[in-house]
Design a protein around this ligand. Structure first.
Ligand code: PGA
Length: 249
């Protein structure tokens, strides 16, 4: 099955490092894309997107933003619109990552508005959901996900024909080397699917997993039948590791 493999570069690289990475691995990426059935997407930070797109656009690797504004345009200092991301080569956009929710104080409604902006502009939103450690321990995962997705479900009713990805990223699994058990993941994905069908949506989103995806954890994760792609942080910044993951899925 072809997976969607998305590299979330967060703020690991400076502009110069990100562009140098793309130049250095332009040919490697091209060969990797030729050798695999999986779809690759890289999400650098905003300032590097345009130049990286120019370097890798012939490789078949797509580009995504790490966030976009929940507004069209206007007096929103420091924000970047989905329209601009589309103009500089993006076809995907991560929305509502737990780090964005935490550090930029983005709430569930803003996530839905940003996802709507992405959809309106022809970007595929990758909406991230997931519980914190204490919520996991208190068995509140389903409740948290239902709350995070409620405004997204309402919004998506108007865009059902468009592609949408939901990335389940348990916050306690991000950057920790820990991943949930497969039976747990199975239940979470069935729950996410049920939220879509319960509101009458015919088409369920593409389901991704994120949080400590690396060459050690990927084989176990691939055994979860509902997972159709991966959102990879740290491991996606090292080409050899990224290639290893792509070869293992
Ligand atoms: P990680 O991050 O792969 O470094 O755990 C994943 C993410 O935050 O998207």
């Amino acid at each position: 099955m072809p997976y969607l493999i998305v590299g979330n570069w967060k703020m690991y690289f400076t502009y110069a490092q990100a562009v140098a990475w793309a130049r250095q691995h332009q040919e490697d990426l091209q060969s990797l894309v030729r050798e695999t059935e999986h779809k690759l997407v890289l999400c650098p930070s905003y300032e590097a997107i345009s130049d990286i797109y120019k370097i890798i656009k012939t490789t078949g690797v797509a580009i995504g933003g790490q966030d976009c504004a929940p507004h069209d345009r206007g007096a929103y200092t420091g924000q970047v619109s989905a329209t601009s991301l589309k103009q500089i080569g993006c076809s995907y956009c991560i929305i509502g990552h737990s780090e964005t929710r935490l550090y930029q104080h983005v709430d569930n409604k803003m996530v839905a508005h940003a996802a709507e902006q992405a959809l309106k502009n022809g970007l595929t939103p990758i909406v991230c959901v997931g519980e914190h450690k204490d919520q996991y321990e208190a068995k509140e995962t389903f409740h948290v996900i239902a709350e995070q997705l409620a405004p997204v479900l309402l919004m998506y009713k108007n865009y059902e024909g468009e592609r949408l990805c939901i990335a389940y990223e348990p916050v306690w699994a991000i950057g920790t080397g820990k991943v949930p058990h497969n039976t747990y993941l199975h239940d979470v994905y069935e729950f996410i699917k049920s939220l879509f069908t319960e509101v009458g949506l015919q088409r369920t989103p593409l389901l991704l997993y994120g949080g400590s995806v690396d060459p050690q954890t990927i084989e176990q994760l691939c055994k979860v039948p509902q997972i159709e792609g991966f959102l990879i942080g740290r491991a996606s910044t090292d080409f050899k590791t990224l290639k290893k993951i792509v070869k293992l899925v």
